[in-house]
Design a protein around this ligand. Structure first.
Ligand code: SAH
Length: 262
């Protein structure tokens, strides 16, 4: 098992450019399988009318935007967030369309194809830039993760591959769920995705800790923190190569509703 890599290690060692290698969609990296799985689910979740509203907060966005591509069809006020400056800067670079920003075209085209028209990707890019209102610092271990900023409770929270990397054990994971839940309106939705059974992942040459998640634990933790699970999809890992890069055994996609009275 990898040693826990807390916030200070992220600040020192997490290289957004190396991480983004996983998102060169179709390039045969470990990211391909995960992206194909989650993008399909995001599309279904955000374009079927199952999850609607105006405001959405993405927790632990990293340097990525794939998780917002279908959401921006519905949510017109999107806030991204991350613990480390270099990820916030990478997102700003994309937002402002600055030179050197990561090229998300292949991912956007795939999402547009799922949504019915591959050719609409430039329009989607515009839509997301328009809806994307801010990038904030975030720490899921704080009772208000966006402290010192206070936002009105959102209609939806998205978080992908974040809590399992930020939390060293199950009780810290439950506490972090409670903390992020404070950013959500009662009746609002949490859309949570990531890897099952993973104990580490590589970003370039650096190894990062991951809390091993099981479906059973996720179900228990969500209901203990006041969420009603509406959808819980799991897919086993198909590609067994690249175990030295990440040892996940499957992927999960969850839609849960914050219960009105807890
Ligand atoms: N959501 C992105 C990035 C996941 S990588 C994706 O789906 O690809 C894990 C992210 O969690 C990193 O960007 C890291 O900076 C962030 N993170 C680590 N500790 C955190 C904490 N305490 N609070 C919020 N985010 C944290």
């Amino acid at each position: 098992m990898a040693a826990f890599t807390g916030g200070e290690v992220y600040k020192a060692d997490f290289d957004p450019t190396a991480y983004l290698e996983y998102f060169k969609f179709g390039g045969g990296t470990l990211g391909d399988e995960f992206l194909a799985f989650v993008l399909k689910h995001y599309c279904k979740t955000f374009t079927s009318g199952a999850v609607t509203g105006r405001t959405l907060i993405d927790i632990g966005s990293g340097p990525t935007i794939y998780q917002l591509l279908s959401a921006c069809e519905t949510f017109k006020e999107i806030t991204a967030s991350d613990y480390i400056d270099q990820n916030c800067q990478e997102l700003q670079k994309w937002l402002k369309n600055e030179p050197g920003a990561f090229d998300w075209t292949l991912v956007m085209q795939h999402v547009c194809e799922l949504e019915g028209d591959r050719n609409k990707w430039a329009e989607k890019e515009r839509k997301l830039r328009e809806a994307f209102k801010r990038v904030l610092k975030c720490d899921v271990h704080k009772s208000n993760p966006l402290d010192p900023v206070v936002l009105p409770p959102a209609d939806c929270l998205v978080s992908s591959l974040c809590l399992e990397t930020a939390c060293k054990d199950q009780s810290s994971y439950r506490a972090a769920l409670r903390n992020i839940s404070s950013l959500l309106k009662p009746g609002g939705h949490l859309v949570l995705s990531g890897d099952l059974g993973s104990s580490f992942y590589m970003v370039g040459p650096k190894k990062f800790f991951c809390l091993v998640l099981t479906e059973e634990f996720l179900r228990e933790a969500l209901s203990a923190t006041g969420f009603a699970i509406q959808e819980f999809d799991v897919l086993s890992r198909g590609d067994d190569t690249m175990q030295e890069i990440c040892d996940f055994s499957g992927m999960y996609f969850i839609v849960a509703c914050k219960e009105k009275a807890i």
